[in-house]
Design a protein around this ligand. Sequence first.
Ligand SMILES: Cc1cc2nc3c(=O)[nH]c(=O)nc-3n(C[C@H](O)[C@H](O)[C@H](O)COP(=O)(O)OP(=O)(O)OC[C@H]3O[C@@H](n4cnc5c(N)ncnc54)[C@H](O)[C@@H]3O)c2cc1C
Ligand code: SF4
Length: 282
Amino acid sequence: MTVEETPAGGLRIGALVPNSDLAYHPLIAQRYPMLASAILAGASAQLRNMASTGGNLLQRTRCYYFYDVATPCNKREPGSGCSAITGLNRMHAVLGTSETCIATHPSDMCVALAALDATVHVTGPTGARAIAFADFHRLPGNTPQRDTNLEPNEIVTAVELPAQSFTTNYTYLKIRDRLSYAFALVSVAAALELEEDTVKEARLALGGVAHKPWRAPSAEMALRGQAADQSTFARAADLVLRDAKGFEHNAFKIDLARRAVVRALMQAAAGTPQSQSNKKIR
Ligand SMILES: Cc1cc2nc3c(=O)[nH]c(=O)nc-3n(C[C@H](O)[C@H](O)[C@H](O)COP(=O)(O)OP(=O)(O)OC[C@H]3O[C@@H](n4cnc5c(N)ncnc54)[C@H](O)[C@@H]3O)c2cc1C
Ligand code: SF4
């Protein structure tokens, strides 16, 4: 339940640290404000007070059919079919989907952790190991019943943040049906390191669009060395959504995500983060 500094200049967050305590921890609030923003954009104050770091990583999809045991769902019952592909799929994924599942991962915190290049520490019967955040959650493929690469009997012990924390130019932008207590239709964690008006380093991850927090390495690469302006950001957004595929009710997410990426990068470049709250509610 502790947050500790690492010798490498980063932080080690114990798996049992509650979401509220983490968001308001002075080392997180000051050094990783994008993570604090993402956590505070999620759930409600009461839920955040109880939810843990490990639990938020392991939370399952909010696909309605996954919870409705009267309907087929490959994630709940492998081989039974996917009710969402031809059903109510407004909240579902547009990137990295498969013919077996189009569910999204619901976490906000994980989107920021993906952008920050966190590492997940786990332990189990065969010992401890570290998993890069990008490899922790899985795409559905043919095994949508598996959300993560955690092996049976392994548990998460901690999440480690590297030293680079993007304290000046960052944003967590969450677009949802109402301003509080709602899951993301699309969210964007954007962090920039600028040299004058040029992008030196860029991080971009999206929530609400895929079975896992969607890190966008090709867009990050396209941003590096370019002018930090709207046309650069629009090109990066096009790259992120290049392979997106919409379904009957969620095709709007593709354009929404494209515009959210541009807006998040503009906000990050201007140093005007959104979704940040300094008010502690317990
Ligand atoms: C109504 C509602 C709205 C929400 N809205 C949002 C939102 O907008 N954004 C958002 O990010 N989240 C949201 N959440 C999720 C919430 O913030 C919690 O993260 C989530 O409910 C998990 O709760 P928990 O931490 O108590 O985990 P638990 O319920 O205790 O655990 C969840 C799963 O993780 C497993 N687990 C827990 N810890 C570990 C560990 N250390 N190692 C391995 N497995 C572990 C448990 O066995 C369980 O299977 C919402 C939840 C609810 C109920
Ligand atoms: S999208 Fe995934 S979770 Fe939802 S019904 Fe299809 S298989 Fe189940």
